[in-house]
Design a binder for this molecule. Structure first.
Ligand SMILES: Cc1cc2nc3c(=O)[nH]c(=O)nc-3n(C[C@H](O)[C@H](O)[C@H](O)COP(=O)(O)OP(=O)(O)OC[C@H]3O[C@@H](n4cnc5c(N)ncnc54)[C@H](O)[C@@H]3O)c2cc1C
Length: 590
């Protein structure tokens, strides 16, 4: 059985020492969210995840979901695990007080998401979907829809889904075919087929609330003609199905505990959310949080992969230290004496802790967007525009890399089911695909976000970075972080100008370099996070605080600057290489 301990110390460091969230929560009127409350809630949630969710994770993977007579059954133990969290009122934490919630800050949601993902990624998707459905209904639904659905979805009594994808329409949702026919009573009849719908059917809750993208008669072509509807599995007060049937579930690489369903809507009754033809705009509004939550999947799975790979490596003995025998009483030394083993383990740890810092910063910015004054709202909005695709793409790519390293560092044991780590890799692999593939995130960043408002987002993001570098200019202890950070920022500015200048004349240039540009950008943001964390650790040590945590963090910052940031040199060269070697390659020779 794998083990998991929620990374509480890292979160208290980030929340209280790096981002000073208690002051922020006070400024933003998050009542009651003081340090005691945050720490207590985090600790309790971590423990519930470890004791109630984690034991169901391997079973979920092994047994998976079953589909029989049109009905889907979740794996053994999932219902009990789900009920433990809903009965404890945990999922309602993020909801508004009027819907029975605790109105918790979004920076806190990150920690909740991470612990849930580490403990059972498959089950965590239900919570993430519910929150998405709740956000849509509570922010855009009519008073009547809110009255019927908001509280039940927020609490998890009813579960929700996102029905966007169709057999012929994935990335390109503009070509969906599902139809919505207006009825005299103000409702709509929804007809069409949706596929790949996560938890589209299951037995965790009595009702399932589907958020469905569909087209009204006469609506404009493409994504501007899409509307959003609430379509419940059962209509309120009615025991008969509302024309929603599940015709099968997918066999897939990982995430076996999360059913991926084909759903057929046959004259199902639904209600419009928001205005007609604004479905995509509404969906995009909530994407910031959803994409950040998807980035957390990489971190959550990377963290549990690291913890278990480390445990195994500590015990494993093979070969001798190249500098001489370490342990004379044993036939072989611990594999921790090998530089390559350390490279893998430390890269895993650096990926997790760097991305966690970046996601925590983004969480505080989302809170400012939600509740800040006009100035901080504008600033946070500009930063989040850039950070969202970066966190989604970088967080999930690094999550896969981290889980893959976890397998590699364990050798054959890593590849075998008994030790648990291979499941994390298989589960992590979906995250770069859904919520907009990482290729699309990169295009969003390079093709849209950096030029938006004549480059305002980009300039807004450069301010805090350059300000930080300037503030620390004369600090010799910080030079090993701020110098490479500065070089990376300068490189980013030059690459950005190149992308805009060349990309305006030739979109293939921009699109060919987008993924490498996004990674370069992400690495630069991670460098900023590591430098900020190093600053806090240096200050704490200078103030006489003795805690090995700070030493470990500083040493890990060194790992980042030596092992990861230098990748930017190669990434820049790839962006500069342009598109011709790709686009002039004849299709017939592919
Ligand atoms: C396990 C699982 C769960 C899912 N859950 C849900 C769910 O709950 N609800 C839901 O609605 N959907 C869900 N999906 C669907 C998921 O969001 C899509 O698979 C994803 O959006 C990609 O669409 P696609 O698979 O059709 O790939 P395609 O759109 O066919 O893309 C194929 C490749 O082409 C690239 N590509 C496509 N268009 C472009 C372009 N314009 N520019 C550059 N590259 C491009 C993509 O990046 C990708 O690499 C799920 C999928 C899976 C596998």
């Amino acid at each position: 059985m794998v083990r998991y301990d929620a990374p509480l110390r890292d979160y208290t460091f980030l929340l209280h020492e790096v981002f000073e969230v208690v002051e922020l929560a006070e400024q933003l009127d998050y009542e009651g969210w003081d340090r005691d409350m945050i720490d207590m809630m985090m600790e309790e949630w971590g423990e519930i995840m470890r004791t109630a969710w984690l034991p169901t994770n391997a079973v979920g993977d092994k047994v998976g979901c079953t589909y029989e007579n049109g009905k889907v059954k979740a794996p053994p133990g999932f219902k009990e695990a789900w009920d433990t969290t809903t009965e404890g009122g945990w999922f309602a934490a993020a909801a508004r007080a009027e819907h029975g919630g605790m109105d918790c800050p979004l920076f806190f949601r990150n920690a909740m998401d991470e612990f849930a993902i580490s403990s059972n990624m498959a089950l965590s998707t239900v919570g993430a979907l519910n929150l998405g459905v709740y956000d849509l209904i509570s922010e855009h639904g009519s008073a009547e829809l809110q009255e019927i659905y908001a509280e039940k979805v927020a609490s998890g009594e009813w579960c929700g889904t996102m029905c966007l994808t169709e057999p012929h329409a994935g990335t390109d949702l503009g070509i969906i075919r599902t139809k919505a026919l207006p009825q005299d009573d103000g409702s709509h009849q929804i007809t069409g087929t949706k596929m790949f719908i996560t938890f589209g059917d299951h037995d965790l809750s009595d009702n399932i609330i589907h958020m469905v993208l569909a087209k009204l008669p006469g609506s404009p072509e493409g994504s501007r003609g899409i509307s959003l509807f609430v379509v419940p599995k059962f209509l309120p007060g009615d025991d008969n199905l509302n024309g929603v049937t599940c015709s099968g579930i997918e066999e897939k690489m990982g995430l076996h505990g999360s059913p991926t369903c084909v759903l057929n809507f046959d004259d199902s009754i639904g209600w419009l959310v928001g205005e007609a033809n604004t479905g995509m705009r509404i969906m995009f509004e909530m994407m910031n949080r959803e994409r950040l939550a998807t980035g957390m999947m990489g971190i959550g799975l990377g963290e549990i992969a690291y913890q278990n790979a480390l445990d195994w490596c500590v015990e494993r003995r093979q070969g001798r230290d190249l500098k001489g025998i370490r342990d004379l009483n044993e036939k072989a030394d611990s594999i921790l004496v090998h530089p390559d083993v350390r490279r893998m383990l430390l890269k895993m740890k650096a990926n997790n802790e760097g991305c966690r810092a970046l996601a925590t910063w983004a969480g505080t910015l989302l809170d400012q967007m939600r509740r800040g004054d006009d100035e901080s709202k504008t600033h946070a909005t500009a930063l989040i525009a850039l950070l969202t695709p970066i966190i989604k793409a970088l967080g999930t790519d690094l999550g896969c890399e981290t889980c893959s390293l976890g397998i590699q560092v364990m050798g054959g044991a890593g590849y075998c089911t008994e030790y648990g780590v291979e499941q994390f890799y298989r589960d992590a692999r979906i995250a770069p695909i859904w919520e907009g593939t990482n290729g699309i995130q990169a295009l969003d960043l390079a093709g849209r976000k950096i030029t938006q408002d004549f480059g305002k987002n980009f300039r807004s993001l450069m301010w805090p970075l350059l300000e930080f570098i300037e503030e620390n200019r004369d600090d010799v202890d910080m030079a090993k972080y701020t110098k490479p950070l500065y070089q990376s920022v300068r490189g980013l500015q030059q690459l950005t100008l190149l992308m805009i200048a060349e990309g305006m004349g030739n979109p293939h240039f921009l699109a060919a370099g987008a993924t490498d540009y996004c990674t370069y950008f992400g690495n630069t943001m991670l460098a900023f996070m590591w430098a900020r964390m190093a600053r806090v650790c240096n200050d704490a040590k200078a103030a006489g605080t003795e805690d090995p945590f700070y030493d470990a963090k500083l040493r890990l910052a060194d790992v980042f600057f030596a092992e990861i940031l230098p990748d930017n040199v190669g990434l820049a060269a790839k962006v500069q290489a342009g598109h011709k070697h790709l686009m002039q390659f004849p299709e017939a020779m592919l």
